[in-house]
Write a protein that binds this ligand. Structure first.
Ligand code: ZN
Length: 263
């Protein structure tokens, strides 16, 4: 599978087709939403401790940081060249089509591991030994959701945004909304959390399917693009000292290796 080839194809957004997502989970209307201004991360406390006891191996170096998996990629070298805005393409349009592509590719990868991401295996949206992401409910409370529920809410929310011509206009001459940059940053941070969960909880399944070169390339592309256009904050990738995001170490490692630019 080559998601890079799809960039040129999807530049014509008028031709885009959007497969319905979520092959496994029933789609529920997202109550509340991911519009959290706070980091939205909560140390998982007793739940996290329990998880560590059940999965003692999590204290060891995660597989995604181990050779040869950490360097497995479809494309060798740096991603800088493919994230740079093409000369005759509007910046907002460039960001929009890339968000569209990332969403589709994440949806495909999550579809691959979704059968393993269940209420039982993933009772929280975990992304580190002491990190469970929380969802903001309709009363503005932070609540923990099972990962498949959380991810379904995010993907449904993003799908609805992409389908909304007022948010992602597809007709010529129609302008993007004034809050587009803000919306895109929200989307980017939420999709980043899905990557973080897959790396943390399902990387062994990605390996089992020998999909790690594809998945690593997609994620490195995602990080590189997001850094180029400031679509996330460092704390979104690294977390906080008490609630580290597992992929924070991968981000550092890839910068060391030259796969990602030093910030
Ligand atoms: Zn899961």
């Amino acid at each position: 599978m080559s998601f890079f080839n799809s960039i040129g194809r999807t530049m014509n957004k008028g031709n885009r087709t959007m497969p319905r997502r979520s092959p496994t989970t029933p789609t529920s209307p997202a109550v509340g939403g991911p519009y959290d201004n706070a980091p939205g991360m909560a140390p998982s406390g007793s739940a996290g401790s329990m998880q560590q006891q059940q999965h003692g191996e999590q204290r060891e170096k995660p597989l995604y940081l181990c050779s040869p998996f950490v360097e497995a990629a479809l494309v060798k070298g740096n991603f800088k060249t493919i994230v740079v805005q093409p000369k005759y393409v509007d910046l907002t349009e460039w960001v929009a089509v890339n968000i569209f592509d990332f969403y589709q590719n994440i949806n495909l990868f999550y579809g691959v591991v979704a059968e393993f991401c269940t209420l039982h295996s993933c009772p929280t949206m975990s992304a580190g030994a002491n990190l469970d992401y929380t969802w903001i409910d309709s009363s503005r409370r932070q609540v923990k959701l099972p990962a498949p529920t959380y991810i379904d809410y995010v993907m449904t929310w993003v799908q609805n945004l992409l389908d909304d011509d007022n948010v992602f206009p597809t007709k010529a001459g129609r302008d993007f909304p004034t809050n587009f940059a803000q919306t895109v940053r929200h989307v980017y941070r939420q999709l980043l959390r899905i990557f973080a969960h897959i790396y943390h909880a399902h990387y062994h399944q990605i390996l089992h399917l020998r999909s790690e070169p594809h998945f690593n390339s997609l994620f490195a592309h995602y990080l590189s693009f997001g850094a180029q256009y400031e679509l996330f904050d460092i704390k979104d990738v690294k977390g906080t000292p008490t609630a580290l995001v597992g992929i924070g170490d991968l981000w550092e490692k890839w910068k060391e290796m030259g796969i990602l630019e030093q910030q």
